[in-house]
Design a protein around this ligand. Structure first.
Ligand SMILES: Cc1cc2nc3c(=O)[nH]c(=O)nc-3n(C[C@H](O)[C@H](O)[C@H](O)COP(=O)(O)O)c2cc1C
Length: 156
């Protein structure tokens, strides 16, 4: 059984991104269990001062990532960047230095932003951050918008 942990970058009750992840759960193929981590809003703001005795929500995040074989991140873009709540969670997940649970995980990055660029900047930032953290992002498909419809068939 492979285990995939899904994180939404939005805390909004009716979040499109959280809904997207919930819709993926029943689509998981046989042998894959997809669970949604819902504790991002409980995490304290990251501070190195808290690292020596991390609060329970931080330990829960670390455990959930450690238990997972892969990650799916669905996130909106706020002002051209990933939301603070997601950055905070990834900063926590990147610690303790040298003993983070993140390296080696595979990850998929999604956005359901209704904006013109479809959250492409937030996705690009996540890919850059994951490269630093040795998290391997699935390369494609990589559409910022709906793919073009097939070309009409021309008769000669
Ligand atoms: C503070 C703020 C900034 C936003 N900035 C962007 C942006 O830069 N690019 C974009 O595509 N959408 C932007 N949006 C629109 C969000 O993509 C949209 O509200 C989206 O539905 C939020 O995701 P959610 O439905 O999962 O909460 C912004 C929304 C907020 C609240």
């Amino acid at each position: 059984m492979s285990r995939v942990l899904a994180l939404s970058g939005s805390l909004r009750a009716a979040s499109y991104h959280t809904q997207l992840l919930s819709c993926l759960q029943p689509l998981a193929p046989e042998g894959m269990h997809l669970s949604l981590f819902s504790g991002l809003g409980e995490l304290p703001h990251f501070s190195e001062d808290l690292e020596t005795d991390p609060p329970v929500p931080v330990r829960e995040l670390w455990q959930a990532i450690a238990d997972a074989d892969g990650l799916i991140i669905a996130t909106p873009e706020y002002n051209g960047a990933i939301p603070g709540v997601l950055k905070n969670a990834l900063d926590w997940a990147s610690r303790p230095r040298g003993a983070s649970v993140l390296p080696g995980h595979a990850a998929m990055v999604l956005s359901a932003s209704p904006g013109l660029f479809g959250g492409i900047r937030a996705q690009a930032q996540l890919r850059e951050m994951f490269a630093l953290l040795n998290v391997y992002v699935v390369g494609g498909p990589h559409h910022s918008r709906r793919p073009h419809p097939p070309r009409p068939h021309h008769r000669s």
